[in-house]
Ligand binder design. Structure first.
Ligand SMILES: [Fe+2]
Ligand SMILES: [Fe+2]
Length: 163
């Protein structure tokens, strides 16, 4: 794990708590966010695996794939602002990539997820504003826009669960 950013928080809760306080990210902050975004795919796939219908499962798996795409977009951001090539970690290399066992798809969990996703949009917007590089800012805003879609999709799943 030579790729780990310096001073990485120990678990994903601590990492999310920290990253939510960042208003002007450093390259290390972007690296940490790559780890968190990449871990999102495992989390959403675990939810997709316990979904009661194929439609719900597909929605959640799609969000998971998009979290991995966010990690790849952040890789481009790092390249653009620093010239550094930073590899997106594999699940094995990623301490935050824990597939939660015995997770249940509840309205409450989906509500928490939706809030987190909407917060993600705001976080990315602030980060975009903190950068001088317009191309990099555009990539961050694309991630942010998709976080809002993820939040709306989580709400859509609530609707499908209770239909
Ligand atoms: Fe994301
Ligand atoms: Fe998301």
């Amino acid at each position: 794990m030579t790729n780990l950013p310096a001073n990485m928080p120990e678990d994903s809760d601590a990492a999310f708590a920290y990253i939510g306080t960042v208003t002007a990210p450093t390259v290390d902050d972007f690296k940490l966010m790559i780890y968190l975004e990449a871990s999102g795919q495992g989390f959403y796939q675990a939810l997709a695996d316990v979904a009661p219908t194929p439609e719900i499962s597909d929605l959640l798996a799609r969000t998971g794939r998009e979290e991995m795409a966010h990690a790849h977009r952040l890789q481009k951001v790092i390249e653009q602002i620093s010239g550094e090539s930073f590899a997106v970690p594999t699940p094995e290399e990623n301490p935050y990539f824990a597939v939660p066992e015995g997770i249940e798809l509840t309205e409450e969990l989906l509500g928490t997820i939706a809030e987190g996703e909407f917060g993600g949009e705001l976080l990315y917007e602030g980060w975009a504003q903190s950068l001088d590089n317009e191309d990099a800012a555009k990539l961050l805003r694309q991630n942010g826009k998709e976080e809002r879609i993820h939040g709306e999709r989580a709400q859509q799943v609530v609707g499908l669960l209770t239909a």
